[in-house]
Design a protein around this ligand. Structure first.
Ligand code: G3P
Length: 221
């Protein structure tokens, strides 16, 4: 499973890229607003950090297909690894189909059911993004939508990648992987929480203490 960061903050992307586990980035208008930088400049900078590692999703904001395609063309002209995010609406589906014809990759976002995801796959989406955490918020099982989409993809041979989004917990990461999601996109805090474990910290402290007990002339460093 690929790991994307769900952020528009350059420092977070640089840090995780340096760890060697970054496969891409997703952004949305809310995240772009939080970054507090010029949108195009920021997207270009993110795309440069991600480079050959993978893609960067940049969201369109028009509500009509013409506007979405126009914005998709613009954002994808900034770098080869940019994918245009379009919302799941009838106009969004229309835009996805037209983007396929134009050779533009799309990430269909705001997907809240397997039926929506299936239609996005049929339209030719490059990624489909079920919003797990927001579905959970509504009292339903968000991960079930990921599982259903992975199964639909397997049964019908869709090439669309299932991008598990709106992830909030370590369990969401594990369950996305077990469901067979192609990608999990994680906020920086969700990723760093998943990395921490008290036994790792305690074990390291104990190893270092014991190592220091070896006389200096008996250890190489
Ligand atoms: O980027 C799309 C998605 O991951 C948003 O997540 O936490 O705002 O529901 P969230």
């Amino acid at each position: 499973m690929k790991i994307f960061l769900d952020t528009a903050v350059l420092e977070e992307i640089q840090e995780v890229a340096a760890w060697g586990i970054l496969d891409g980035v997703t952004t949305n208008p809310t995240l772009a607003a939080k970054a507090g930088r010029d949108f195009e400049t920021n997207l270009r900078a993110i795309s440069e950090i991600v480079g050959q590692r993978g893609t960067v999703s940049a969201e369109t904001v028009s509500l009509d297909a013409d506007g979405m395609v126009r914005e998709a063309k613009l954002v994808t002209s900034w770098a080869d690894n940019i994918v245009a995010k379009v919302p799941f609406t009838a106009e969004g589906l229309k835009a996805v189909r037209r983007c396929v014809d134009e050779g533009i990759r799309t990430n269909v976002t705001l997907v809240f059911s397997a039926a929506q995801g299936l239609l996005a796959m049929k339209a030719g989406a490059f990624y489909v993004s079920p919003f797990v955490g927001r579905i959970d918020d509504g009292g339903q099982d968000g991960m079930e939508v990921v599982r259903q989409l992975c199964e639909i993809k397997r049964l019908y041979g869709f090439e669309t990648e299932v991008l598990s989004a709106s992830l909030r917990t370590t369990l969401h990461i594990i369950d996305s992987a077990l469901a067979g999601a192609d990608i999990a996109t994680l906020p920086y805090t969700v990723l760093t929480k998943a990395m921490g474990h008290s036994l790792s910290r305690e074990g390291l402290a104990s190893f270092l203490k014991d190592w220091a007990g070896i006389p200096e002339n008996m250890r190489p460093f």
